[in-house]
Design a protein around this ligand. Structure first.
Ligand code: HEM
Length: 274
Protein backbone atom coordinates (compact mmCIF):
# COMPACT_ATOMS: atom_id res chain seq x y z
CA UNK A 1 0.00 0.00 0.00
CA UNK A 2 2.80 2.34 0.97
CA UNK A 3 4.77 1.87 -2.32
CA UNK A 4 1.75 2.66 -4.44
CA UNK A 5 0.98 5.83 -2.52
CA UNK A 6 4.64 6.89 -2.57
CA UNK A 7 4.44 7.46 -6.34
CA UNK A 8 2.48 10.62 -5.61
CA UNK A 9 5.45 12.23 -3.87
CA UNK A 10 7.48 13.35 -6.88
CA UNK A 11 5.74 16.73 -7.16
CA UNK A 12 7.90 19.78 -6.52
CA UNK A 13 7.54 21.54 -3.19
CA UNK A 14 7.07 25.31 -3.25
CA UNK A 15 7.07 28.06 -0.61
CA UNK A 16 3.30 27.95 -0.54
CA UNK A 17 3.26 24.24 0.32
CA UNK A 18 1.77 23.58 3.72
CA UNK A 19 4.59 21.10 4.51
CA UNK A 20 7.26 23.76 3.92
CA UNK A 21 5.37 26.49 5.75
CA UNK A 22 4.70 24.30 8.75
CA UNK A 23 8.35 23.25 8.97
CA UNK A 24 9.41 26.90 8.79
CA UNK A 25 7.03 28.25 11.43
CA UNK A 26 7.89 25.45 13.89
CA UNK A 27 11.67 25.60 13.40
CA UNK A 28 12.38 27.55 16.60
CA UNK A 29 9.88 25.47 18.57
CA UNK A 30 11.63 22.31 17.37
CA UNK A 31 14.93 23.60 18.72
CA UNK A 32 13.23 24.40 22.05
CA UNK A 33 11.65 20.94 22.19
CA UNK A 34 15.02 19.29 21.47
CA UNK A 35 16.56 21.26 24.32
CA UNK A 36 14.10 20.35 27.06
CA UNK A 37 15.76 18.44 29.88
CA UNK A 38 13.84 15.27 29.02
CA UNK A 39 14.84 15.30 25.35
CA UNK A 40 18.44 16.11 26.28
CA UNK A 41 18.48 13.01 28.49
CA UNK A 42 17.57 10.96 25.41
CA UNK A 43 20.19 12.63 23.25
CA UNK A 44 22.90 12.09 25.88
CA UNK A 45 21.96 8.43 26.21
CA UNK A 46 21.03 9.02 29.84
CA UNK A 47 17.30 8.37 29.81
CA UNK A 48 16.20 6.52 32.94
CA UNK A 49 13.55 3.81 33.25
CA UNK A 50 11.44 6.20 35.35
CA UNK A 51 11.65 8.94 32.70
CA UNK A 52 10.70 6.56 29.91
CA UNK A 53 7.80 5.00 31.83
CA UNK A 54 6.33 8.39 32.71
CA UNK A 55 6.74 9.58 29.12
CA UNK A 56 4.86 6.49 27.89
CA UNK A 57 1.97 7.29 30.26
CA UNK A 58 1.64 10.77 28.78
CA UNK A 59 2.04 9.54 25.21
CA UNK A 60 -0.80 7.09 25.88
CA UNK A 61 -3.15 9.90 26.86
CA UNK A 62 -2.02 12.10 23.94
CA UNK A 63 -2.28 9.43 21.22
CA UNK A 64 -5.59 8.17 22.58
CA UNK A 65 -7.07 11.64 22.05
CA UNK A 66 -5.27 12.24 18.72
CA UNK A 67 -6.20 8.88 17.20
CA UNK A 68 -9.79 8.94 18.43
CA UNK A 69 -10.27 12.36 16.84
CA UNK A 70 -8.54 11.32 13.61
CA UNK A 71 -10.73 8.18 13.41
CA UNK A 72 -13.89 10.14 14.08
CA UNK A 73 -12.99 12.70 11.39
CA UNK A 74 -11.43 10.27 8.92
CA UNK A 75 -13.91 11.22 6.17
CA UNK A 76 -13.47 14.95 6.67
CA UNK A 77 -11.95 16.43 3.46
CA UNK A 78 -9.09 18.04 5.41
CA UNK A 79 -8.31 14.90 7.37
CA UNK A 80 -8.80 12.08 4.84
CA UNK A 81 -5.58 12.80 2.85
CA UNK A 82 -3.38 12.53 5.96
CA UNK A 83 -5.24 9.61 7.57
CA UNK A 84 -2.82 6.64 7.72
CA UNK A 85 -3.90 4.48 10.67
CA UNK A 86 -2.31 1.26 9.33
CA UNK A 87 1.09 2.91 8.97
CA UNK A 88 1.16 5.42 11.81
CA UNK A 89 -1.23 4.55 14.67
CA UNK A 90 0.73 4.38 17.96
CA UNK A 91 -1.89 3.61 20.59
CA UNK A 92 -1.69 -0.20 20.52
CA UNK A 93 2.09 -0.10 20.53
CA UNK A 94 2.09 2.18 23.58
CA UNK A 95 -0.40 -0.11 25.35
CA UNK A 96 1.97 -3.03 24.77
CA UNK A 97 4.90 -1.08 26.20
CA UNK A 98 2.86 0.01 29.22
CA UNK A 99 1.85 -3.58 29.93
CA UNK A 100 5.47 -4.64 29.68
CA UNK A 101 6.64 -2.05 32.23
CA UNK A 102 3.64 -1.80 34.57
CA UNK A 103 2.03 -5.25 34.28
CA UNK A 104 -1.52 -6.26 33.33
CA UNK A 105 -3.15 -3.65 35.57
CA UNK A 106 -1.21 -0.83 33.88
CA UNK A 107 -4.40 1.19 33.32
CA UNK A 108 -4.71 1.75 37.07
CA UNK A 109 -1.13 2.92 37.32
CA UNK A 110 -1.10 5.61 34.64
CA UNK A 111 0.03 9.01 35.97
CA UNK A 112 0.07 12.16 33.86
CA UNK A 113 0.81 15.79 34.70
CA UNK A 114 -1.57 18.72 34.13
CA UNK A 115 0.15 19.65 30.84
CA UNK A 116 -0.78 16.27 29.36
CA UNK A 117 -4.41 16.83 30.33
CA UNK A 118 -4.31 20.24 28.62
CA UNK A 119 -2.82 18.68 25.47
CA UNK A 120 -5.44 15.91 25.21
CA UNK A 121 -8.20 18.39 26.00
CA UNK A 122 -7.04 20.61 23.13
CA UNK A 123 -6.97 17.63 20.75
CA UNK A 124 -10.54 16.68 21.63
CA UNK A 125 -11.68 20.28 21.34
CA UNK A 126 -10.29 20.78 17.81
CA UNK A 127 -11.54 17.33 16.80
CA UNK A 128 -15.02 18.67 17.50
CA UNK A 129 -14.69 22.31 16.51
CA UNK A 130 -11.88 22.58 13.93
CA UNK A 131 -11.01 19.15 12.45
CA UNK A 132 -8.86 20.89 9.80
CA UNK A 133 -6.36 21.69 12.60
CA UNK A 134 -5.76 17.98 13.24
CA UNK A 135 -3.20 17.98 10.43
CA UNK A 136 -0.98 20.26 12.56
CA UNK A 137 -1.03 17.81 15.47
CA UNK A 138 -0.66 14.69 13.34
CA UNK A 139 2.35 16.30 11.61
CA UNK A 140 4.00 17.31 14.89
CA UNK A 141 3.74 13.88 16.48
CA UNK A 142 3.97 11.38 13.62
CA UNK A 143 6.66 13.07 11.53
CA UNK A 144 8.66 13.64 14.70
CA UNK A 145 8.31 9.97 15.65
CA UNK A 146 9.26 8.86 12.16
CA UNK A 147 12.30 11.15 12.17
CA UNK A 148 13.79 10.03 15.46
CA UNK A 149 12.26 6.58 15.92
CA UNK A 150 15.15 4.26 15.11
CA UNK A 151 17.84 6.30 16.83
CA UNK A 152 15.75 6.91 19.96
CA UNK A 153 14.80 3.25 20.15
CA UNK A 154 18.45 2.18 20.23
CA UNK A 155 19.37 4.90 22.72
CA UNK A 156 16.49 3.96 25.04
CA UNK A 157 17.29 0.25 24.81
CA UNK A 158 20.90 0.89 25.76
CA UNK A 159 20.22 3.49 28.47
CA UNK A 160 17.63 1.36 30.25
CA UNK A 161 19.45 -1.89 29.61
CA UNK A 162 16.64 -3.72 27.81
CA UNK A 163 17.66 -7.05 26.29
CA UNK A 164 15.33 -7.28 23.29
CA UNK A 165 12.77 -5.03 21.63
CA UNK A 166 10.11 -5.48 24.33
CA UNK A 167 9.04 -2.15 25.81
CA UNK A 168 10.14 -0.31 22.66
CA UNK A 169 7.11 -0.88 20.39
CA UNK A 170 6.34 2.84 20.43
CA UNK A 171 9.38 3.53 18.25
CA UNK A 172 8.67 0.76 15.71
CA UNK A 173 6.63 1.38 12.55
CA UNK A 174 6.19 -2.08 11.02
CA UNK A 175 3.85 -0.65 8.36
CA UNK A 176 6.49 1.79 7.09
CA UNK A 177 9.37 0.32 5.11
CA UNK A 178 11.21 3.58 4.49
CA UNK A 179 10.57 6.43 6.96
CA UNK A 180 12.09 8.94 4.55
CA UNK A 181 9.91 7.90 1.62
CA UNK A 182 6.90 7.84 3.85
CA UNK A 183 7.65 11.34 5.13
CA UNK A 184 7.76 12.52 1.51
CA UNK A 185 4.41 10.92 0.83
CA UNK A 186 2.97 12.46 3.99
CA UNK A 187 4.20 15.93 3.02
CA UNK A 188 2.64 15.62 -0.43
CA UNK A 189 -0.64 14.59 1.20
CA UNK A 190 -0.46 17.58 3.53
CA UNK A 191 0.04 19.79 0.50
CA UNK A 192 -3.06 18.36 -1.14
CA UNK A 193 -5.28 19.49 1.75
CA UNK A 194 -7.39 22.37 0.49
CA UNK A 195 -7.49 25.23 2.97
CA UNK A 196 -8.85 28.76 2.82
CA UNK A 197 -6.28 31.42 3.73
CA UNK A 198 -7.72 31.87 7.21
CA UNK A 199 -7.75 28.11 7.81
CA UNK A 200 -4.13 27.82 6.68
CA UNK A 201 -3.09 30.52 9.15
CA UNK A 202 -5.02 28.62 11.82
CA UNK A 203 -3.22 25.36 10.98
CA UNK A 204 0.20 27.04 11.16
CA UNK A 205 -0.65 28.60 14.53
CA UNK A 206 -1.93 25.24 15.73
CA UNK A 207 1.38 23.56 14.77
CA UNK A 208 3.31 26.03 16.93
CA UNK A 209 0.81 25.37 19.69
CA UNK A 210 1.27 21.60 19.26
CA UNK A 211 5.03 21.95 19.82
CA UNK A 212 4.37 24.22 22.79
CA UNK A 213 2.02 21.63 24.32
CA UNK A 214 4.69 18.96 23.90
CA UNK A 215 7.33 21.18 25.52
CA UNK A 216 5.01 21.79 28.48
CA UNK A 217 4.43 18.04 28.85
CA UNK A 218 8.20 17.36 28.85
CA UNK A 219 8.80 20.11 31.40
CA UNK A 220 5.98 18.91 33.66
CA UNK A 221 7.24 15.32 33.47
CA UNK A 222 10.70 16.46 34.45
CA UNK A 223 9.26 18.39 37.41
CA UNK A 224 7.38 15.25 38.52
CA UNK A 225 10.61 13.27 38.30
CA UNK A 226 12.55 15.92 40.23
CA UNK A 227 9.95 15.84 43.02
CA UNK A 228 10.17 12.02 43.16
CA UNK A 229 13.97 12.24 43.24
CA UNK A 230 13.89 14.81 46.05
CA UNK A 231 11.41 12.72 48.01
CA UNK A 232 13.56 9.63 47.74
CA UNK A 233 16.60 11.70 48.68
CA UNK A 234 14.77 12.95 51.78
CA UNK A 235 13.69 9.41 52.54
CA UNK A 236 17.28 8.24 52.30
CA UNK A 237 18.16 10.97 54.79
CA UNK A 238 15.61 9.85 57.37
CA UNK A 239 16.21 6.16 56.64
CA UNK A 240 19.91 6.86 56.30
CA UNK A 241 22.80 4.57 57.09
CA UNK A 242 23.67 4.28 60.83
CA UNK A 243 26.77 6.41 60.27
CA UNK A 244 24.79 9.24 58.63
CA UNK A 245 22.03 9.08 61.22
CA UNK A 246 24.58 9.11 64.04
CA UNK A 247 26.31 12.15 62.63
CA UNK A 248 23.02 14.05 62.31
CA UNK A 249 21.86 13.13 65.82
CA UNK A 250 25.16 13.62 67.68
CA UNK A 251 25.80 17.18 66.58
CA UNK A 252 23.44 18.89 69.12
CA UNK A 253 24.35 16.26 71.72
CA UNK A 254 28.03 16.98 71.29
CA UNK A 255 27.37 20.69 71.58
CA UNK A 256 25.52 20.10 74.89
CA UNK A 257 28.33 17.93 76.28
CA UNK A 258 30.95 20.51 75.32
CA UNK A 259 28.88 23.23 76.98
CA UNK A 260 28.64 21.11 80.12
CA UNK A 261 32.40 20.45 80.08
CA UNK A 262 33.17 24.15 79.75
CA UNK A 263 30.80 24.91 82.64
CA UNK A 264 32.39 22.25 84.86
CA UNK A 265 35.89 23.48 83.92
CA UNK A 266 34.93 27.10 84.69
CA UNK A 267 33.49 26.13 88.08
CA UNK A 268 36.58 24.00 88.83
CA UNK A 269 38.95 26.85 87.91
CA UNK A 270 36.84 29.21 90.02
CA UNK A 271 36.95 26.85 93.02
CA UNK A 272 40.74 26.34 92.56
CA UNK A 273 41.34 30.09 92.43
CA UNK A 274 39.16 30.52 95.44
C1 HEM B 1 15.50 14.22 21.08
C2 HEM B 1 15.05 15.34 20.53
C3 HEM B 1 14.89 15.51 19.05
C4 HEM B 1 15.81 15.40 18.07
C5 HEM B 1 17.28 15.07 18.21
C6 HEM B 1 15.13 15.64 16.81
C7 HEM B 1 15.72 15.59 15.56
C8 HEM B 1 15.06 15.66 14.38
C9 HEM B 1 15.67 15.47 13.07
C10 HEM B 1 17.13 15.17 12.81
C11 HEM B 1 14.70 15.62 12.16
C12 HEM B 1 14.83 15.48 10.65
C13 HEM B 1 14.97 16.85 10.05
C14 HEM B 1 14.78 16.81 8.56
O1 HEM B 1 14.44 15.76 8.00
O2 HEM B 1 14.96 17.86 7.96
C15 HEM B 1 13.48 15.91 12.86
C16 HEM B 1 12.28 16.14 12.25
C17 HEM B 1 11.13 16.42 12.93
N1 HEM B 1 10.96 16.49 14.28
FE1 HEM B 1 12.38 16.23 15.66
N2 HEM B 1 13.82 15.89 17.06
C18 HEM B 1 13.62 15.82 18.41
C19 HEM B 1 12.45 16.02 19.09
C20 HEM B 1 11.27 16.33 18.49
C21 HEM B 1 10.04 16.59 19.20
C22 HEM B 1 9.90 16.53 20.71
C23 HEM B 1 9.10 16.86 18.27
C24 HEM B 1 7.65 17.21 18.45
C25 HEM B 1 6.96 16.97 19.50
C26 HEM B 1 9.73 16.76 16.97
C27 HEM B 1 9.08 16.95 15.77
C28 HEM B 1 9.66 16.81 14.55
C29 HEM B 1 8.95 16.95 13.29
C30 HEM B 1 7.49 17.30 13.13
C31 HEM B 1 9.86 16.70 12.27
C32 HEM B 1 9.59 16.73 10.78
C33 HEM B 1 10.08 18.05 10.21
C34 HEM B 1 9.72 18.14 8.74
O3 HEM B 1 10.30 17.42 7.95
O4 HEM B 1 8.86 18.95 8.40
N3 HEM B 1 11.04 16.45 17.14
N4 HEM B 1 13.73 15.93 14.21
Amino acid sequence: METKKTQATSEQMTDTDLSEQIKKVTKDSHVRAENTELMLSFQRGQVTLQQYKLLLCSLYEIYQALEEELDRNSNHPNVAPIYFPAELARLEAIEKDLEYFYGRDWREKIVVPAATKRYSHRLRQIGKENPEFLVAHAYTRYLGDLSGGQVLSRITQKSIGLKGSEGLSFFAFPGVTSPNLFKQLYRSRMNSVELMEEQRTGVLEEAVRAFELNIQVFNDLQKMLDVTDNKSQNRSLTHSTPAQTLQIQTTPLLRMLLGLLVAVATVSVGLYAF
